[in-house]
Design a protein around this ligand. Structure first.
Ligand SMILES: [Zn+2]
Length: 301
C-alpha cells in the first residue's frame, strides 16, 4: 500500500516498446506491461514494464499523483527540482523540451515502423516466390508418386507422412510392402503368360486331335483299300485257278473227243470188215470179245 493509495494491477498488455532500441524488447520489438488502476480517478492507463514493476512502481505512481485530477491529498514535489517558486516560463521551457523529446521519439518510432514495413513487404515478395516454387515442386512430387497434381498440399503431405512413418517404424515393412507390390505385379504378368500358354496348348491339342482323327480315318481307309485289294487278288487268283482247271478239263475233253473219234473210226472199220464178210453177222458176245482183244493189243503196244 503506497501512501497515495492502492494502485492495483488490472491487467497486462504486450505492445511495442516505449523506448527505441529498448534492450529489454523481445525479437518482435515488443514488451509486456502491467496496467495499474488509479484508486482516485479510476484511470487504467498507467503502465509499467513487467520486469521493472518493483523498481519503478513508486516513481510511476508519484508521477501520476502529480497530475491526477481526482487526487485531493498533498501532492509530492516534482522530481529533481528543489521546492522553489520556479517561474512559469521555466516550467513552460521544461515542458517544451519534454515535448520535443517526445516528438523526436515518436518520429524515430515512425521511421522504425516504416522500415519494418519495407522489410515485411520485401519478405512477403520472397515468400510469394517461394510459395509459387513449392506449388511446382508439389506438382512434380505428385507426378513422381503417381498421383494427380493435388489442389491442396495436405493430401500429398499426408501420403508422404504415411510413407515416412512406415519407413521409420518398420523399414523392413516398407521395403517388404514395396517388394510385395512388385511381386504382385510380376505374379499377375505370370498368370497372363500362363493363361496364354494354356490357350495355345489347348489350340495345339485341338489341332493335334483333329490331325490324329484324320490320320486315323486315312489309316482306316488305307486298311479297307488293302483289304479290298487282297480280296480282289484272291478273286483273281481263284479265277486264274478256275481257268487253269477249265483248261485242264478242256484238254482232257479234247483228248476224250479225239479218243471217241478214234474209237468211232475203229468201230466203222470193224463194221466195214463185218459187212465185207457177208451175211454172217457176229453175235454181240463175239463182238465184245473181239473189241477186248483189240484194246488189249493196243495197251501192250
Ligand atoms: Zn488518478
Amino acid at each position: 500500500m503506497s501512501k497515495y493509495g492502492e494502485f492495483e494491477v488490472v491487467g497486462t498488455v504486450r505492445r511495442k516498446c516505449k523506448r527505441i532500441n529498448d534492450p529489454n524488447a523481445d525479437q518482435d520489438g515488443m514488451r509486456e506491461y502491467s496496467v495499474l488502476k488509479c484508486p482516485h480517478c479510476r484511470n487504467e492507463t498507467i503502465e509499467i514494464a513487467n520486469d521493472n514493476i518493483q523498481k519503478q512502481k513508486y516513481t510511476v505512481i508519484r508521477d501520476h499523483i502529480l497530475a491526477c485530477p481526482s487526487y485531493t491529498g498533498e501532492r509530492p514535489q516534482k522530481r529533481g527540482k528543489p521546492a522553489s517558486d520556479t517561474s512559469e516560463i521555466d516550467d513552460l521551457k521544461q515542458r517544451m523540451t519534454e515535448s520535443e523529446v517526445k516528438h523526436e521519439s515518436t518520429k524515430a518510432q515512425l521511421d522504425w515502423t516504416n522500415s519494418q514495413l519495407d522489410w515485411t513487404n520485401s519478405h512477403l515478395e520472397t515468400v510469394k516466390t517461394v510459395v509459387a516454387q513449392h506449388q511446382v515442386h508439389w506438382g512434380d512430387l505428385a507426378r513422381v508418386m503417381g498421383y494427380e497434381p493435388p489442389m491442396e498440399p495436405p493430401f500429398l503431405l499426408d501420403k508422404c507422412r504415411e510413407l515416412r512413418r512406415l519407413q521409420l517404424t518398420n523399414p523392413e515393412g516398407a521395403y517388404n510392402e514395396h517388394q510385395k507390390n512388385m511381386a504382385l505385379i510380376l505374379e499377375q504378368k505370370d498368370m497372363v503368360i500362363k493363361e496364354k500358354t494354356l490357350m495355345l496348348e489347348q489350340k495345339g491339342v485341338d489341332f493335334n486331335s483333329v490331325v490324329n482323327e484324320k490320320n486315323l480315318m486315312l489309316q482306316q481307309q488305307d486298311t479297307a483299300l488293302k483289304q479290298q485289294d487282297t480280296a480282289l487278288k484272291a478273286e483273281m487268283q481263284m479265277a486264274t485257278d478256275y481257268k487253269k482247271q477249265l483248261d485242264t478239263k478242256d484238254s482232257e475233253l479234247s483228248k476224250m473227243i479225239k479218243e471217241m473219234g478214234r474209237l468211232q473210226k475203229e468201230r466203222d472199220q470193224l463194221k466195214a470188215k463185218l459187212d465185207a464178210l457177208g451175211t454172217k453177222k457176229p453175235t454181240p458176245g463175239e463182238m465184245l470179245r473181239h473189241g477186248l482183244e483189240q484194246a488189249h493189243k493196243r495197251a501192250r503196244m
